[in-house]
Design a protein around this ligand. Structure first.
Ligand SMILES: [Zn+2]
Length: 76
């Protein structure tokens, strides 16, 4: 996900608020890119960027370093 995408409107509801959720790797893994899934299975955790309002999934994050960058970008 590119920096400018973090503040994009949700295609479902138009909200710009997003959550970064760290969840256990689900049993149903369809839609998760292979490289992301591999990493998630190694660590046992999956990072998902979701709309705070309707839970639309924007992206499965590759690593947790992202959430620091995410905050930095969206504060401005
Ligand atoms: Zn939404």
């Amino acid at each position: 996900m590119k920096a400018e995408d973090y503040c994009k409107k949700c295609p479902e509801c138009g909200s710009v608020d997003k959550n970064i959720d760290i969840v256990k790797v689900p049993k149903k893994t369809e839609g998760i890119p292979e490289d992301v899934l591999k990493k998630a299975q190694e660590s046992g955790k999956l990072t998902i960027i979701r709309c705070s309002n309707c839970r639309h999934i924007f992206e499965y994050a590759k690593d947790s370093k992202m959430d620091v960058e995410f905050k930095k970008i969206c504060i401005q």
